[in-house]
Each structure stands twice: as C-alpha cells, then as structure tokens.
Design a binder for this molecule. Structure first.
Ligand code: PNS
Length: 177
C-alpha cells in the first residue's frame, strides 16, 4: 500500500505550541507529514522564511516522519508536487471554521483528489495564534507556555537585539574568565 503523505501549510510566524501540538497529532496518523512554510511576498513577516525554517527544523527534528519545506504559489500545486493526498489544518474555534471551509472547498475545486483534514489542537491552545503571540511579545507581555522556549528566546532577541548581545557576552558555563 502506498504511504499517505500530508502537508501542513502555514505561515508559522512564529511557530507556536498549538502548531507543534498539531504536528504531533498529524505525525501519528500520516505516514509522512511535510510542514510547508508559505513564502509570501505580500506579507512582511517578523521572522524571515529561513529563520522560521530553522526553528521548525529544530522543533520537529525528533519526529522521524516529519520534514520541513517552503513553498510559494498554490498550496494544491505544491501538494501535487510532493505527492500529498491530504492537507492538514487546525481548527481552534467556530470562528476559524468559515475561513477554513472556504479554503478547503476552493482547494477541492482546484484539485478534487486532495482532501483537507481538520484536527483540533489541545484545548489549552484553542485561543492561541501567531498573530497574538507576536502582539503580546511586542508589547512586553509573557508568552511563556504559548511557544517553545527556543521561540520565546528568538522573539526576545528579535524584538530587543540587546538581549542577543548580552547572551553572547555571558561567559559559557564552566569557562573561567
Ligand atoms: O497559517 P496561515 O497563514 O493561516 O496559512 C494560510 C495558508 C498558507 C494555508 C494559505 O494562505 C495558502 O494556502 N496560501 C497559498 C496560496 C493558495 O493556495 N491560495 C488559495 C487557498 S484556497
């Protein structure tokens, strides 16, 4: 039997614990899951595609059947290129449903053989979005427990380059200065 490949497309700016929760769930039901970062020339992202790619690679490295990629153009065309049978998307609340339904039906119109599979992230992430994480972090609020520690650190560095400088100057553990 041929293996079932799914893509999980999105902006991931930045990746959140909700994304990771969904990636883990997807990795259990698909043979291969491709986390596909959209290279969107229209939006000005906080993190570059390369930064998001590196973060997602690090965060998903322990899943044997998950890989990270980038794409532009139509999702359905990318899905066909990587031989995916399904598009994985997360639905958090009813408010997501209308937009997701529109996208799923448009994708089906464009590529009838491609199925969209919706999964729900754990309830503690049901209000979580990259946009809110960016906003809270930019305004100095805590995003602990909402994003992995590494993403929290990258966000702090991005929003206050002095943090990066300070960390670089810190003596390494065990090193005598
Ligand atoms: O995480 P996001 O930003 O909600 O992801 C949206 C994404 C990337 C899935 C959507 O914008 C998309 O599929 N864009 C690619 C262009 C495309 O195929 N557009 C038609 C979708 S119906």
């Amino acid at each position: 039997m041929s293996k079932v490949i799914a893509i999980y497309p999105g902006s991931f700016d930045p990746p959140t614990n909700g994304h990771l929760d969904l990636i883990e769930r997807g990795s259990h039901i698909f043979d291969e899951l491709v986390v596909a970062i959209l290279r969107n020339a229209e939006k000005v992202p906080l993190f570059s595609v390369a930064e998001r790619y590196r973060m997602l690679e690090e965060l998903t490295g322990h899943f044997a059947n998950v890989r990270v990629d980038t794409f532009d153009g139509l999702t359905v065309e990318y899905a066909t290129r990587v031989k995916a049978k399904a598009v994985l998307r997360g639905i958090r609340a009813i408010s997501d449903y209308e937009y997701e339904l529109q996208m799923a039906l448009m994708n089906r119109k464009l590529q009838p053989h491609l199925e969209t599979v919706f999964m729900m992230p754990a309830e503690q992430y049901s209000y979580l979005s990259s946009r809110l994480v960016r906003e809270v972090a930019q305004l100095g609020g805590s995003i602990k427990d909402l994003v992995p520690e590494m993403v929290e650190r990258r966000l702090k560095e991005k929003l206050d380059p002095a943090v990066k400088l300070k960390d670089a100057r810190k003596p390494k553990a065990g090193k005598r200065v």
